[in-house]
Write a protein that binds this ligand. Structure first.
Ligand SMILES: Nc1ncnc2c1ncn2[C@@H]1O[C@H](COP(=O)(O)OP(=O)(O)OP(=O)(O)O)[C@@H](O)[C@H]1O
Ligand SMILES: Nc1ncnc2c1ncn2[C@@H]1O[C@H](COP(=O)(O)OP(=O)(O)OP(=O)(O)O)[C@@H](O)[C@H]1O
Ligand SMILES: [Mg+2]
Ligand SMILES: [Mg+2]
Lengths: 260, 260
């Protein structure tokens, strides 16, 4: 069964995109078939995976709004042929409002993804859905389509402020839209060992999510933030950097734990 | 005339909240009357200014959705009595969808703010509106109510990806909702002098926005990210730290330049 992880946190800039693309690249490097769905109008995941996402490309917008089959929007990442991507385009910026007036507006991604997966002899082992920093209809679609939630939490003070709101939203999703959804994975990002603040956040997050928080913690590392400038993940850009090593460890842990 | 600056960037985590609260605190320290409107459901600006924002507090939600007069929602920051705040609460998370079905949905903040400012003998010199990381109806309301746009740009690769989308949105606002709106100020944040990436982003942003980009650049500094944990701005928490000094310089430049 395909594991479908939605990478979500309405707090901005916590490492959602960076985690989605680097975990996907690490799992693909290990031989897994991985599909990344870019649901963020910024298209940062598409950029990091080296996929064109100018306005005319078929994207997650066409799948969600026009009912385009997912397979027509899939591109193969130049980094690894096991890594497939459905890019997002600028049109997605208006999707929250457009979806608001549509039939089965929360289910459109799930229906497109289920139709696609059941048509394949060899479905992907993992699907990662990169979400925008909000809890609007794009993210709701991701929650409804997913089997698991992966929650990146930045080692900063504001990081914990929004978590209870996010968990409230998830329990509403579990009650009305997707009872099987579980918060399986919490990943600590941009850890800076020199600061007390980072260590305090790590302790607090491990106390809140003892079973879900991965052992692997992603350090703040400039190589990680340089990689997208070259259309690469840090896994490809600098495989022995601290960021690449910790994303590989995190990917191995996710694979080993299975659906918690 | 009151300067009304909306602090906006749909890219997450670029320093919108940190810039809104520290510029406001620096201007108030210099004797200006400043009002901060927190339009982000996270409520990070309310936290940084030491203002209670649990679910029962009267907030920007009540002003926008129930038509509550702004004055009933104003709280005075414990840091400086010249610094007033309208907090946000968790209810704001649903506001984008609620506003979608309302009359004059883009104008509700402007009407509330205009009514409030014209009722005062001594209106504030500055209003800062802290926006969530999206271009939905909350941010559209901020654009419609504002006289100026302040655009924080993080010194990171993804920072430039979303700027053209943001400028497109602003020109649509200028055409249909607020012809007087100008992009007056661009502020570079989280600059790390040790990395080439930071310097490249600075050069590129200054080339794109030669007149609007402030001389002052905000360095990445852990004291800035520690301050909200104490319910303070860095201006109050550690006045002589690099972050506090550069926010004071940036505030002085904004004051000196006037409405560009
Ligand atoms: N471990 C890290 N070390 C250094 N920089 C990082 C790290 N992880 C992410 N970054 C950088 O921090 C910024 C924010 O990360 P990213 O864009 O992945 O967050 P996000 O949660 O997807 O943001 P948004 O909310 O806008 O979607 C980016 O510029 C990214 O390159
Ligand atoms: N100059 C700085 N040095 C170090 N850390 C900073 C600096 N500016 C902001 N930060 C930290 O970076 C994180 C992101 O900043 P902030 O929350 O202000 O961004 P934002 O754009 O308001 O995010 P959002 O998109 O979620 O609203 C916060 O944890 C903040 O404390
Ligand atoms: Mg992202
Ligand atoms: Mg903010």
């Amino acid at each position: 069964r395909t594991r479908i992880l939605t990478v979500v946190n309405q707090k901005g800039g916590v490492g959602k995109t960076t985690s989605a693309v680097n975990l996907a690249a690490a799992l693909a490097q290990g031989g897994a078939r991985v599909l990344v769905l870019d649901l963020d109008p910024q298209g940062n995941a598409s950029t990091a995976l080296g996929i064109d996402h100018h306005a005319d490309v078929i994207s997650t917008y066409d799948v969600l709004i026009d009912g385009e089959p997912l397979s027509t929007a899939i591109a193969i990442s130049p980094q690894n042929k096991l890594l497939q991507v459905v890019p997002s385009t600028i049109h997605l910026a208006g999707a929250d409002l457009e979806l608001a007036g549509m039939e089965r507006r929360e289910h459109r991604l799930r229906e497109a993804l289920d139709a696609h997966l059941s048509s394949l002899d060899e479905p992907p082992h993992y699907v990662f859905i990169d979400c925008p920093p909000s809890l609007g209809l794009l993210t709701i679609n991701a929650f409804t389509a997913a089997t698991e939630v992966l929650l990146p939490i930045q080692c900063e003070y504001y990081a914990l402020e929004g978590v209870s709101q996010l968990l409230d939203t998830i329990s509403r999703i579990q009650a009305h839209l997707n009872p099987k959804l579980i918060v399986s994975t919490v990943l600590l990002t941009m850890f800076d060992g020199r600061t007390l603040l980072s260590r305090q956040v790590v302790d607090e997050v491990r106390a809140h999510f003892p079973d879900q928080t991965l052992e692997a913690v992603i350090p703040r590392s400039v190589r990680v933030s340089e990689a997208p400038g070259y259309g690469q993940t840090v896994i490809a850009y600098d495989p022995n950097s601290p960021g690449a090593l910790s994303y590989r460890e995190a990917a191995a842990e996710i694979a080993r734990r299975g659906t918690a």
